[in-house]
Design a protein around this ligand. Structure first.
Ligand code: PXG
Length: 288
């Protein structure tokens, strides 16, 4: 496998980052998870834009232009003959000294891995997934804004561990007020009386690119979509529920905290959105 690091490609063996990199020492950095389908990189511009906004929010100056970073993503796919796969693009604060002050970091590190990903067991896509709400609340905007896709994922990892401890694959994270925010690496939707609902971004969710795509697909299909605050009660009493994200794509949810959702099988609208999403991923994106 060829890995892009700081402007050059190297072998997987040589793809190494310093132990003094603040991305490792403090989680000081930003990243994107991007997918390629059928020889095209899906929603590349949206991912690059979000990377630059995340970097801006943490005062990290990316040492490459958006155009050059996009080219590095496409080149990483070509170098690994990847037509379908997963791309991890990371920018860290770079090498500094053993103090958290980012002023000691003179040059951000940029790397890009083009590989494969399987986020959840494949059989769950047809059967549907059971999820639970967990005690760890989503980060406060005023502490670490969940809109920033930073390398600091401990909040989400703790929630994932709590889901694992409960014997399920995924967690619903609530915000400090108890409203639904999102899952550990996915946004969440419910369907009720023919309408689609997802928590507002202000509830503590990432500005998900899959979330936005789902909203557009649903609206094109004539569905009403709104973004009110949602409670656990709203989830329990939904007709359908699903998660969505670049890695997970669209995953039907059939049980939440022991309550069966709808018929206990992936819902009809969810299945239609899965179909429309796959159709879109096959035919759009930046050619590799
Ligand atoms: N919320 C969080 C906290 C995320 O990290 C999403 C929502 C969905 O956003 P997108 O833009 O992808 O629709 C994410 C995305 C992984 C992995 O390694 C994580 C993400 C994306 C791809 C892979 O598990 N996070």
């Amino acid at each position: 496998m060829k890995i892009f690091i700081d402007g050059k490609f190297c072998s997987e063996r040589d793809a190494k980052i310093s132990v003094f990199d603040h991305g490792l020492l403090y989680g000081d950095g930003v990243f994107e998870g991007i997918r390629a389908y059928n020889g095209r990189v899906f929603k590349l511009k949206e991912h690059i834009d979000r990377l630059f906004y995340s970097a801006k929010a943490i005062l990290l100056e990316i040492p490459m232009s958006p155009g050059k970073i996009s080219e590095a993503v496409l080149a990483s796919c070509r170098a690994n003959k990847l037509r379908d796969g997963y791309i991890r693009l990371v920018v860290t604060r770079g090498v500094g000294n053993l103090g958290l002050n980012p002023r000691s970091c003179k040059k951000p590190t940029v790397f890009c891995i083009a590989d494969k990903i399987q986020v959840y067991p494949p059989e769950l896509y047809s059967r549907g997934m059971e999820i639970v709400t967990v005690p760890t609340a989503r980060n406060l905007h005023s502490a670490l804004n969940p809109a920033i896709k930073s390398l600091n994922y401990l909040n989400n990892i703790l929630a994932k561990i709590e889901a694992n401890n409960a014997g399920v694959e995924e967690a619903v994270m609530l915000n400090a007020e108890g409203f639904v925010a999102e899952c550990t690496a996915d946004n969440l939707f419910i369907m009720k009386n023919g309408e689609l609902f997802t928590p507002p971004l202000s509830a503590g969710a990432l500005y998900g690119i899959t979330r936005q795509t789902v909203i557009e697909l649903a609206q094109e299909a004539g569905m009403k979509v709104s973004e009110p605050n949602l409670t656990r009660y709203d989830l329990f009493c939904a007709d359908e529920c699903f998660l969505c994200g670049t890695g997970a794509e669209i995953m039907p949810v059939i049980k939440i905290d022991g309550r069966i959702i709808g018929t206990g099988k992936p819902g009809q609208i969810t299945r239609k959105l899965v179909e429309d999403y796959h159709a879109l991923t096959k035919m759009s994106g930046e050619p590799i």
